[in-house]
Write a protein that binds this ligand. Structure first.
Ligand code: HEC
Ligand code: HEC
Length: 268
């Protein structure tokens, strides 16, 4: 690809020691922990104003309406969310039940949390459909949301506030932390941003350009080296998601570097 060779000769290689960089990368590969405030985590304010595109769990806009009508009287989500009548529900996907310190939970839900009840798509769906059926002594006095499509829409909206790939139903639970050791010359490739932009159209059918994470993890504004390591981990099968493996296997090293450069700086 001429575009690549042009791009590479224009740019100087970084001067940092490659060994040091490689060592840092092994520690810094992205994973679920990255969503706890790492650069990969979407800003909550940003998330609230964006909607999923191709792949979604449900209709987020409708989910937002349901949230306002059914849940918001007792629960908060978003920046600065606090406990009210019910606990705040930021990052509830993947959260152990009754995990908010100091919230006066019922004994019943505390016991279930201790027994291992974790909020996933399935358990949330069941709890919202009929709180008492899942947690018999729950203090949540809510009659339940009967319609399965409504629940899917609502969960798609709630999912916006939880950014953990492990909780994507169609991909669960693949988010093991896995590292890949890359030879220095691969890490040295400076990505051609324009080429990356061209290639990115395939990715943005699933990953949203603006970094929102409804159902699909955010891949914008990652440090380039972390992005490169993640893609190689899929290509080598260390990361287990088969769709991403297939996508990564079609990409050359140069392509991955280009995508990393593009997504790192997507809106500047
Ligand atoms: C009338 C107030 C009220 C309404 C309405 C309500 N909740 Fe709750 N919710 C609570 C309370 C109180 C708890 C704590 C339950 C317990 O202690 O057993 C709770 C707990 C939860 C939990 C478990 C949180 C945790 O930390 O384990 C989830 C999830 C949840 N609610 C989701 C929802 C959703 C989604 C809706 C809307 C469909 C909703 N709730 C509507 C009061 C409410
Ligand atoms: C068909 C939908 C789809 C397409 C197209 C797609 N991805 Fe993904 N991608 C996913 C899903 C789902 C995951 C979460 C997989 C997992 O749990 O390991 C993911 C994970 C990732 C991750 C790791 C995210 C994390 O938080 O660990 C990166 C990086 C990534 N994709 C980059 C890309 C790039 C670059 C492209 C385009 C070349 C692309 N993806 C195309 C669905 C897609």
């Amino acid at each position: 690809m001429t575009m690549n060779s042009l791009g590479r000769s224009r740019l100087r290689l970084p001067t940092v020691s490659v060994a040091a960089l490689a060592a840092a990368l092994v520690l810094a590969a992205p994973g679920p922990a990255a969503s706890d405030g790492g650069e990969g985590a979407p800003d909550i304010a940003q998330v609230t104003t964006t909607f999923p595109r191709a792949v979604a769990l449900g209709d987020v806009e409708h989910g937002r309406e349901l949230w306002e009508f059914e849940c918001a009287a007792c629960h908060e989500m978003g920046r600065g969310a606090e406990d009210g009548i019910g606990p705040q529900l930021n990052r509830v996907f993947g959260r152990r039940a009754a995990a908010i310190a100091d919230f006066p939970y019922s004994d019943s839900i505390i016991r279930m949390g201790r027994d291992g009840l974790t909020w996933t798509y399935r358990t949330l769906d069941a709890y919202i459909e009929n709180p008492y059926a899942l947690v018999s002594g729950t203090r949540m006095s809510y009659p339940g949301l009967e319609d399965a499509d409504d629940r899917a829409d609502l969960l798609a909206f709630i999912r916006l506030y939880s950014d953990q790939p492990a909780d994507i139903p169609e991909a669960e639970p693949t988010a093991r932390r896995v590292e890949v050791e890359l030879p220095p010359e691969v890490l040295e490739i400076r990505g051609d941003r324009e080429w990356g932009e061209y290639l990115a159209s395939e990715c943005t059918t699933c990953h949203q350009r603006d970094g929102a994470a409804a159902g699909i993890p955010s891949i914008t504004h990652w440090p380039e080296d972390r992005f490169v390591v993640a893609m190689h981990a899929y290509r080598e099968g260390l990361r287990p998601h088969s769709t991403m493996q297939n996508i990564a296997r079609r990409l050359e090293d140069e392509d991955i570097a280009a995508l990393a450069a593009y997504f790192a700086t997507i809106d500047d």
